[in-house]
Design a binder for this molecule. Structure first.
Ligand code: HEC
Length: 90
């Protein structure tokens, strides 16, 4: 299976802080990598999309707003990183 490529939006907006593609090393160490986020318990495309639209719940650092279609695109990409045998990097 080939690795999905992140949308430009993800690289441009999120990639400043989060590790958004392999090897998922976050430029900002306090920002979890996208693989970590995607593989958290109970993460779904729906929950992520609504979290991303309701920007008021963001960590203070995350100072941007996404349209509904952008949030959907980002959430789809994140969920595509879910993997049965994911193991969090130490
Ligand atoms: C300026 C830095 C920065 C940018 C840009 C940024 N983030 Fe974050 N993000 C963070 C930090 C730091 C955390 C961890 C905050 C915490 O744990 O309190 C975080 C946490 C998250 C979380 C997990 C929230 C949770 O419930 O713990 C998600 C999901 C997320 N970011 C998605 C995104 C997406 C999607 C983008 C791009 C559209 C993005 N972030 C852009 C810094 C950033």
């Amino acid at each position: 299976m080939s690795q999905p490529t992140p949308p430009n939006l993800v690289q441009g907006v999120c990639g400043d802080c989060h590790g958004v593609e392999p090897p998922f090393l976050s430029p900002n160490p306090s920002a979890p990598s996208f693989a970590d986020i995607a593989n958290r318990q109970g993460m779904s495309e729906e929950s992520l999309t609504s979290w991303l639209i309701e920007a008021h719940n963001y960590p203070e650092l995350m100072d941007f707003e996404l349209s509904e279609s952008e949030a959907g695109e980002v959430a789809r990409y994140l969920i595509s990183l879910q993997s049965e045998d994911y193991e969090k990097a130490p």
